[in-house]
Design a protein around this ligand. Structure first.
Ligand SMILES: Nc1ncnc2c1ncn2[C@@H]1O[C@H](COP(=O)(O)OP(=O)(O)OP(=O)(O)O)[C@@H](O)[C@H]1O
Ligand SMILES: [Mg+2]
Length: 390
């Protein structure tokens, strides 16, 4: 078990990078640390293998205060995988994996057997990869080698600091699956840092949610999704997940209630007045007066009114656009985008299960809705930065 007891960390004695980290990780557990850039994930992780020491408080492993343990000996029990896999470029993959065993003066044969065993475990054919150099393999393969190296001396704890953030989504999925399988088979305690909520949910048995050097919530993924401890967490989850899963974004979340209706028997002068008074581009035509809760039967745009004037037509029903489509309020963003592009609609009335008007989707409204939930520019720049770093 790894236990943090009231741990704080500051580098300059003024700013507390970690304010109060107090949590326990069970032996064999897969714990994910998640939070925004700079919240203290890496700092928390480095306290476990004593790359840094706390300013106050203690870290215990299996009940032992690690400040009393020689860091070199401690680190033999703890594998470490970092974002850039950190392989030595002038060493072969075999030599990279055997680095620590060699320091520990293992015989060559034992080292090589171990490297072969680990390459097989990570689905890299040793006959092909053992002699290769890091620059001769792909990003995903390098990351696998990084994991193999962390496992070399069979540590019971593995720290993984954003190990997959630079990988493409498909490689990332498959290597996530492998790590899950490894953990099941080998029963390691894994502490895994990520920015990515989907990754956290997929991998973590429990997720520790950090903000400004504090743990806001430490719970199972299910519990965090169902009962986020604060609005901040809810937003973090929502923004991230909804953006990646447009099917979760329902029409009722993005539709506008900002529209006006007109009854089909109305005179077009009323339509003129409504458009002018409300400064809107369209009116939804309904069967009856006060038609907010009746079926939409047409749409009036300015061009229809111009047509009415030119042709001396008086009634709304005789000029309205009948070629329109409606969308159900329970459909999702993808349905909307499909519909909009297939019929080139500017306005789509939203209806409930009884075909009653409940809202509208407009081009502009859609763009606004998407921009509200889209990742902020900072996040984008950062992920570009991470890609460049590799
Ligand atoms: N050696 C150091 N000296 C001074 N400040 C540091 C040092 N290392 C980290 N910090 C600061 O501590 C804070 C937490 O950093 P940390 O690396 O733990 O964040 P993180 O959550 O891992 O962020 P990211 O997601 O960007 O990796 C940051 O504000 C960082 O600037
Ligand atoms: Mg970090």
């Amino acid at each position: 078990m790894i236990e943090f007891k009231k741990v704080t960390k500051s580098y300059d004695k003024r700013t507390l990078i970690l304010k109060n980290i107090d949590f326990k990780i069970k032996t064999g557990e897969f714990v994910v640390l998640i939070g925004e850039s700079g919240c203290g994930k890496t700092t928390t992780m480095k306290l476990i293998n004593r790359l840094i020491d706390p300013s106050s408080g203690v870290v215990l492993i299996d009940g032992e205060d690690i400040s009393t343990v020689d860091p070199i000996i401690l680190r033999r029990r703890i594998g470490y995988v970092i974002q850039k896999e950190g392989l030595m470029p002038h060493m072969t993959i075999g030599e990279n994996i055997e680095l620590v065993p060699k320091l520990l003066k293992w015989e060559k044969e034992r080292r090589k057997n171990r490297a072969y065993e680990l390459l097989n475990l990570l689905n890299l054919d040793p006959e092909i990869y053992y002699e290769k150099y890091p620059h001769e393999v792909s990003g995903g393969q390098k990351q696998r080698v990084g994991i193999a190296r962390a496992l070399a001396t069979n540590p019971d704890i593995i720290l993984m600091d954003e190990p997959f953030s630079a990988l493409d989504p498909i490689t990332r999925e498959s290597i996530q699956d492998e790590v899950l399988k490894l953990q099941k088979e080998l029963g390691k305690t894994i502490i895994f840092v990520t920015h990515d909520m989907d990754e956290a949910i997929k991998l973590g048995e429990r997720i520790a949610f950090l903000k400004d050097g504090e743990i806001l919530q430490f719970d199972t993924p299910d519990e965090i999704l169902k009962r986020p401890a604060s609005e901040y967490i809810e937003q973090f989850i929502g923004k991230d997940r909804i953006w990646k899963t447009p099917k979760k974004l329902l029409v009722s979340d993005i539709m506008s209630k900002h529209y006006w209706t007109i009854e089909k028997r109305s005179n077009i002068s009323r339509a003129f007045n409504l458009l002018k008074t409300h400064d809107t581009d369209f009116l939804i035509v309904t069967e009856t007066e006060g038609g907010r809760y009746s079926e939409p039967i047409g749409i009036i745009f300015r061009k229809n009114l111009i047509y009415a004037m030119e042709n001396n037509i008086l009634r709304v029903r005789d000029i309205m656009d009948k070629e329109f489509t409606t969308i159900d309020k329970d459909s999702n963003l993808l349905d909307v985008l499909n519909k909009m592009s297939s019929i080139n609609a500017k306005v789509i009335p939203v209806v409930d299960d009884r075909n009653r008007l409940t809202g509208v989707i407009t081009n502009l409204g859609l763009v606004n809705a998407i921009s509200k939930i889209a990742p902020s520019p900072e996040v984008e720049e950062e992920s570009i930065g991470m890609g460049d770093a590799v």
